[in-house]
Each structure stands twice: as structure tokens, then as C-alpha cells.
Design a protein around this ligand. Structure first.
Ligand SMILES: [Mn+2]
Length: 358
């Protein structure tokens, strides 16, 4: 595995490349052109400038999170063909700049949903949290207002104001879209992009839906083992793979995370590792990465990745806000650095135990 940290670019991130470089074992960043809109072509020049900046700081671009998929592609509208052509152009430009992993998602409207961005935990840290009861009590437009009012001044990925300006119309458009339609539209998209992925050896890594069940009546398909295997079989190409995000699949306690990882050997192109603390099956908060702070056995998760021979980029995921830091919720420096160090420690212990046969 290759330890990385997500970085939004110097215009948008409170964390600097210089800080990231000092986290032991972190050699690369997962980044994006945060000011591009879904459907836009990423020019070779801009990709190169981003790469040069990262490399000048002694790091590498280990992959992109995300190249967002335009809603018209998810909806299967006639305009999708042009938008997919643009996506292919972006992939080609990334491939020519030697970038070979692209994370994306196929979630309608919202990238992810939380009902609190700063729930206070017993240790005084604050974390993102979710309760189904709070979601059920909200209309989607209010959801957007509550998210945007509590972000420490950041633009949250997936909650960009211009995307959300059309939230009502989008809900109307998704009214008749079923899970089957969404699978069909994903298949169409993947079949069109696989040739460029084959040519440039680009691993596409679909991010799971978060939480891993339908929210606000919208269809959601990347939620469990059965559906990811269906997705991989329907376009059976090793470049059609997944981002294994423990915190997203883990929202549904029925998902057996180590078992899912083991079933995805060779098709996990990117891993997000984090822990959640469940107060009830529909009330969870993000925890420190350490197993004992949350509900997951992080040793078993990292061991499963080790056992399948995972070599791709991995990153700590959302961190708690600690030590007075002000940053985009989930994306401060301190707790993610602790997370990276913890995952590195687990990996080293698992690797050495294996090598020494203990
Ligand atoms: Mn994730």
C-alpha cells in the first residue's frame, strides 16, 4: 500500500503540502481540481500545474478524488454522450500526465449525508455525525442549509452551492429513476470509458454511497457486497474497480467489512480507512481511527487489505477536529496525521508478523 492524504489544493485547503510531507510514511496526496464543475474537461495544462506543485513539495499525486460525474450521466439523459466524451478527455489528459487512479461516485444529488458536522465527543473533540431521525425530519433543501452553515468557512465536497442551487429540480428528475435504471446508467458510462482506461491504465475506483442506504427516497446502489460484485460483473474489466471506504460501507452494520475486502482481491484500487462509533444502528458518529475509540476492528480491516496483497493508495479518512484546529470538518491535519500513523503501525506489525511467521 501507498500511504496518502487527501488534499484539496492550496486555494481551498487549510493543510499545506509541507505539513503533509512531514507525516511519517506519507509519500503522496490524493487531490483534485476542486474548482472544476462536473462535465468540464480538465486541461492537460492544469493537471500538469497541479502535479508540478505537488512534486515541488516532495510528494506525488497518487490519484484523483474525485472526477465528479455529471447528474445527466447518472440520470441517463440524452446530453450524457457529450458529457461522457468530456469525461473521457479528462481521463486521457490524466493518463498522459501519468496519473492512474480516479475515484468517483454514482450517488444521486448528494455525495454523502451527515446531520451534524461538529458533534461533541466526551474527549472534547468534534466529529461528523448522522441520525436517521434527523434526516427523516428534514426536507432536502434544509439539509443543504444545515450543512452549509457549519463548515468553518469551507466548501464541502459534494455540497458545492452551485450544485445545490438546483436541488429541487434534481429531486423532480430522479422521481422515476429506480435502482435498476441507475445500474443501467452506470453500465453505459463504464462501457464508454473503459477503452480510455485500458489505453492509459487508469483504475476507476467507485466510492460507496454514504450512508449505505437510500436517503430522501433517492436510489442508491453502491451499498453492499452483492451490488459491488454486480457492478464489476456487468462491466468485467480490472480497471472497473472500487474505493473501499470502511466508514461508508460500515454505516450499515450488516456489511462485514473484512469479508467484503477479501472478496474484492485485485479490484480495490483505493482504500479509505476510518472508524465509526455507533450509538444505535441509525445513529453513528465518526471516531478516532483507533479500534477502541469506535465500533470497528481496524486490525481486521487492515489485515484483510494486507492479505489480498493491496498495493494501491490508502488514506486515513475523516478525522476528528482536535487541538483547536479550524479546518474543513473531517479534513483537519492533526487527527488525520494520527490516523495515518496508526494505519502505518498496524500495517508494519501485520507485515512483520507475516514475514517472521508469528
Ligand atoms: Mn470515503
Amino acid at each position: 500500500m501507498e500511504m496518502t492524504l487527501r488534499w484539496y489544493g492550496k486555494e481551498f485547503d487549510t493543510v499545506t503540502l509541507e505539513q503533509i510531507r512531514q507525516i511519517p510514511g506519507v509519500k503522496g496526496v490524493i487531490t483534485t481540481l476542486y474548482d472544476t464543475k462536473p462535465g468540464e474537461v480538465w486541461s492537460r495544462e492544469r493537471i500538469k500545474a497541479m502535479k508540478d506543485e505537488v512534486e515541488a513539495a516532495g510528494l506525488k499525486v497518487a490519484g484523483i478524488e474525485s472526477v465528479n460525474v455529471h447528474e445527466d450521466i447518472k440520470l441517463g439523459k440524452p446530453s450524457r454522450d457529450q458529457l461522457i466524451d468530456n469525461y473521457i478527455e479528462t481521463l486521457k489528459n490524466l493518463g498522459e500526465e501519468d496519473i492512474h487512479m480516479v475515484c468517483y461516485n454514482f450517488m444521486p444529488v448528494f455525495d454523502w449525508t451527515r446531520t451534524e458536522l461538529a458533534r461533541k465527543r466526551a474527549d472534547g473533540s468534534t466529529v461528523l455525525a448522522y441520525t436517521q431521525e434527523a434526516v427523516d425530519a428534514l426536507v432536502p433543501e434544509e439539509m443543504f442549509n444545515s450543512i452549509s452553515s457549519d463548515t468553518n468557512g469551507s466548501i464541502m465536497p459534494g455540497w458545492e452551492p452551485d450544485r445545490l442551487a438546483h436541488v429541487k429540480e434534481l429531486f423532480e428528475e430522479y422521481k422515476d429513476i429506480t435502482d435498476e435504471d441507475l445500474f443501467e446508467n452506470l453500465k453505459y458510462f463504464l462501457e464508454r470509458i473503459m477503452p480510455v482506461c485500458d489505453k492509459y491504465d487508469i483504475n476507476m475506483a467507485i466510492h460507496p454511497d454514504d450512508p449505505a442506504w437510500p436517503v430522501f427516497g433517492l436510489p442508491r446502489i453502491i451499498i453492499n457486497k452483492e451490488n459491488i460484485h454486480r457492478m464489476m460483473k456487468m462491466v468485467d474489466n480490472p480497471h472497473n474497480g472500487v474505493t473501499f471506504c470502511s466508514g461508508s460501507y460500515g454505516t450499515n452494520l450488516e456489511n462485514d467489512l473484512p469479508d467484503m475486502i477479501r472478496s474484492l482481491k485485485g479490484r480495490i484500487h483505493f482504500a479509505h480507512v476510518r472508524n465509526l462509533k455507533f450509538n444505535s444502528p441509525t445513529d453513528f458518529e465518526e471516531a478516532a481511527h483507533l479500534s477502541s475509540d469506535g465500533s470497528f476492528d481496524m486490525y481486521e480491516i487492515v489485515k484483510a487489505l494486507y492479505d489480498i496483497g493491496f498495493t494501491g493508495p490508502i488514506r486515513p479518512d475523516h478525522g476528528r477536529m482536535i487541538w483547536g484546529e479550524k479546518a474543513m470538518p473531517g479534513y483537519g491535519l492533526y487527527d488525520r496525521a494520527l490516523g495515518a500513523t496508526y494505519i502505518n503501525g498496524l500495517w508494519e506489525a501485520i507485515e512483520k508478523s507475516h514475514e517472521r511467521g508469528v
